[in-house]
Design a protein around this ligand. Structure first.
Ligand code: PLP
Length: 282
């Protein structure tokens, strides 16, 4: 397959990273993952906006502007003949002798990108999933999409070992988000999700689902909620680029609501899928 390396297109085997790359040593870098439908990147502008924000927050200067990046990613999709799948790319602060503080001289960022094929509806779990409720042990800047994902990795592994599909995390009883997704509940017809502050990543799918809710006239509260509220919710679901809207029907050994995907969840899921169908047809 072909990969993107800075501004070049290389064969996968040629994509080598320096051992002193700061992404490799410190996780000093940022990334984005997008969905490709019918050869086109879904919600591209929102992803690029978030990339610019992540870069700004880490004082990282991108190697080139996001229009040029989008052109390169388009070419990557075409060269690999991807109709349905994913684009992943990351940008690190570059390679230099290991020191925590930023390099004194200017060094070049390292950008790498790849694509992966997926079937059109892969990862749709409309029947619902089981999650584990686990401690959120991550740092306090979860709003930045950085390569540092150890807190997410450990919780995701623990959930897997508990027989769950993912974990929903909480800080001292306040639900934040999933290890790879945002978390929503529905109570008495109101959609509730953690506000987009430094405790969560403001998911592009989260933004899109909040827009859908407004369009459908579903009342929304962006506020913190407790693990108690999660356990007593009428409905729960997670959102991400990978899983779109996925109902949560079990939390540890307890079912959510009546143990079936909720009505508002399914309304949002259908509206989401219709928008994707429209995007595909455009
Ligand atoms: N929260 C975390 C911690 C994530 O890793 C992700 C996606 O990878 C999300 C939320 C969802 O973000 P998006 O909808 O942009 O995929």
């Amino acid at each position: 397959s072909t990969i993107l390396y800075n501004d070049s297109f290389l064969r996968r085997e040629q994509g080598k990273v320096d051992m002193e790359d700061r992404g490799y040593q410190f996780g000093d870098g940022i990334y984005e993952a997008l969905r490709v439908y019918n050869g086109k990147m879904f919600l591209l502008d929102l992803h690029m906006k978030r990339l610019n924000r992540s870069a700004r927050e880490l004082r990282l200067s991108l190697p080139y502007d996001t229009n040029h990046l989008a052109e390169n990613l388009d070419r990557l999709i075409r060269e690999n003949q991807i109709d349905y799948g994913y684009v992943y790319f990351q940008i690190t602060r570059g390679a230099i002798a290991r020191k925590h503080r930023f390099p004194e001289q200017k060094i070049d960022c390292v950008l790498t990108g790849s694509v992966e094929a997926a079937s059109k509806d892969e990862d749709l779990h409309a029947d619902g999933i089981k999650v584990s409720l686990l401690d959120d042990i991550r740092w306090l800047r979860c709003d930045i999409k950085t390569l540092n994902l150890l807190g997410n990795v450990l919780a995701n592994q623990e959930a897997f070992e508990q027989g769950s599909d993912d974990a929903i995390l909480h800080r001292d009883g306040v639900v934040t988000e999933g290890t790879t997704c945002n978390a929503f509940i529905v109570k008495d017809g109101v959609l509730i999700t953690h506000p987009a502050d430094h405790f969560i990543l403001n998911g592009i799918t989260r933004i899109f689902v909040l827009e859908l809710a407004e369009r459908l006239g579903i009342p929304v509260e962006e506020r913190t909620y407790t693990t108690e509220e999660l356990r007593n919710a009428d409905e729960a679901f997670i959102t991400s680029t990978g899983v779109r809207v996925t109902p949560v029907i079990r939390i540890d050994d307890q079912s959510v609501g009546d143990g079936k995907p909720g009505l508002i969840t399914l309304r949002l899921l259908r509206a989401f899928n219709l928008d994707v169908e429209q995007f595909i047809a455009e």
